[in-house]
Design a protein around this ligand. Structure first.
Ligand code: FAD
Ligand code: S2G
Ligand code: ZN
Length: 472
């Protein structure tokens, strides 16, 4: 049973009702570990408030009692940011019951949604209004808008539409003292002092609890074409994206790189997929062009671009999807990597970014350094080339013990992050820091930046009760 005062539990129960309070350890289970079981904690309670006012009342009561809160959305984060520590004194505050779509303003091209709305539902609501909400990522069936905002999520369409930060116009936030900040403005221009919403986007629950947002909508896509292309090297991928950008401009809305090792994991572990080519190739890109015009000449552009790429030896083979089913089959190869890695033992994840032009050298340098120091490790390199964002994940050598491999994770991370920083890159491109990269951030980030971040944390959450131990 939780170590919280009975009076506090009673007051919290009056706020959220029986349906909103979980004290039974068994029923808490799914809230206490992340989807990969890489992080596990204990909680005094799990609370599921059903409105912003209930969130505010819960925060006020916990602040008065000095009880720390761990905000949680879909629990698909990859850095342990939504998992409590193992002392059992923290309260997990799940936003999943704040799941209303408050308003769609098609003429203003905005939608106002609550934090617990699942990303896929948001995409559907935009489509029902004849618009597009473009954020798209592998976890979209279970991640929430609040989590997307708190981690400044990216995904596969950033090269055309930007990440969550660029898609947001206004926020509603419950501050650490329980006050509700209503910043739900639907304005594209509002120059009246500091842009406060930007502090909460990417704050990973450490500055306040996001309860709603005003998000941008875009014109619906009415024509689309998708190709799977085999390449000789990452350098060819960088050349090809430059060429496709020059040819197609903003019609290039997807450009995902993956190594042969990544594809082999998917072919091995994901059912219903097959290799589009008879021969194995070292690298592949999935290219997507889309346009708001119903019959835009996308296939002609794609054929022209690929033709030039073949002439220059940049492309080795290519297939263009001829149907919606084939489009989905190609994306299944890409989106299946995350899941497939879990079947090969621990997946040491490194979500890094470097300038696009440095991707080839980064891969060459890091591959070489890792194989030298940890012979036999299997590198699963893939990701969003248009953002310079690589998921440079490492799986254990065939036949190695999980525990022995995991014991090397710090040393492996250091090799990868040293090269990343050497290439003026970032140790976390889109997943955030959570607890996974909190200490690495202390090591790699500029001391002045850390000092400024700590002063912002102190200004908003002087008692340090908002998601302690995460990010900072
Ligand atoms: P959670 O995991 O519940 O929480 C994430 C963080 O946000 C935690 O620190 C939590 O405390 C905080 N938080 C959650 N809700 C709130 C709130 N309302 N207010 C304040 N803080 C809050 N991420 C990408 O960016 N790009 C990808 O391409 C991508 N692909 C993925 C593919 C797979 C298969 C999986 C499993 C994950 C992937 N992710 C990706 C990671 C993850 O889906 C994103 O980080 C997502 O934004 C997390 O949303 P969530 O609702 O699950 O948040
Ligand atoms: C993606 C998922 C995380 C991983 O698929 O784009 O963000 O490395 C990643 O499994
Ligand atoms: Zn990603």
């Amino acid at each position: 049973m939780s170590g919280l005062p009975v009076s506090l539990i009673q007051a919290l129960r009056e706020v959220v009702g029986e349906a909103g309070l979980i004290a039974d350890v068994e029923r808490m289970h799914s809230y206490l570990a992340d989807w990969r079981n890489a992080y596990r904690g204990q909680a005094a309670l799990v609370l599921r408030p059903a409105s912003t006012e209930q969130v505010a009342a819960v925060v006020r009561l916990c602040a008065e009692a000095g009880v720390a809160l761990v905000p949680q959305g879909g629990n698909t984060g990859l850095c342990g940011g939504s998992i409590p520590d193992d002392l059992g004194a923290q309260v997990v505050l799940s936003l999943t019951r704040l799941n209303r779509i408050r308003e769609v303003d098609a003429a203003n091209e905005t939608i106002t949604v609550e934090a617990g709305v699942i990303l896929q539902r948001l995409q559907e609501a935009a489509a029902e209004a004849g618009r597009l909400f473009p954020l798209s990522l592998g976890a979209e069936g279970s991640c929430t808008v609040g989590g997307n905002l708190a981690t400044n999520a990216g995904g596969t369409a950033v090269l055309r539409y930007g990440n969550m930060r660029e898609l947001t116009l206004g926020l509603e936030v419950v501050l650490p003292d329980g006050r509700i900040w209503d910043g739900l403005r639907a304005l594209r221009k509002d120059n009246t002092g500091y842009d406060l919403k930007q502090l909460f986007i990417g704050s990973e629950g450490t500055l306040g609890i996001i309860t709603a947002a005003v998000l941008k909508l875009f014109p619906a896509v009415r024509s689309l074409t998708t190709a799977w292309v085999a390449l000789p090297s990452p350098r060819a991928a960088v050349e090809l994206i430059g060429q496709m950008r020059g040819l197609c401009g903003d019609r290039l809305t997807g450009f995902e790189l993956m190594s042969r090792q990544s594809l082999e994991f998917v072919l091995h572990h994901v059912s219903g997929v097959s290799d589009p080519f008879a021969d194995a190739h070292p690298w592949y890109v999935l290219i997507e062009l889309s346009d708001t015009q119903p019959d835009a000449p996308l296939n002609d552009m794609l054929e022209q671009g690929l033709g030039e790429a073949f002439e220059r030896g940049v492309a080795l083979d290519a297939v263009v999807a001829a149907s919606e089913v084939q489009v989905r089959a190609l994306w299944a190869l890409r989106e299946g990597i995350s899941e497939a890695q879990n079947h090969e033992g621990p997946s040491l994840k490194h979500d890094i970014s470097v300038p696009i032009s440095r991707i080839p050298d980064f891969i060459a340098r890091t591959d070489q350094a890792l194989q030298q120091a940890f012979p036999g490790v299997r590198i699963v390199a893939y990701g969003h080339v248009g953002d310079g964002n690589l998921h440079y994940n490492v799986s254990k050598p065939l036949g190695a013990e999980d525990a022995a491999f995991k014991a090397q994770s710090e040393a492996i991370m250091q090799v990868i992050f040293d090269v990343t920083v050497n290439f003026a890159g970032s140790i976390s491109a889109e997943h955030g820091l959570g607890q996974a990269k909190r200490d690495a951030a202390r090591h790699y980030k500029d001391p002045l930046e850390l000092e400024l971040m700590r002063s912002i944390k102190r200004a908003f959450d002087p008692a340090g009760l908002m998601n302690p131990g995460k990010l900072l």
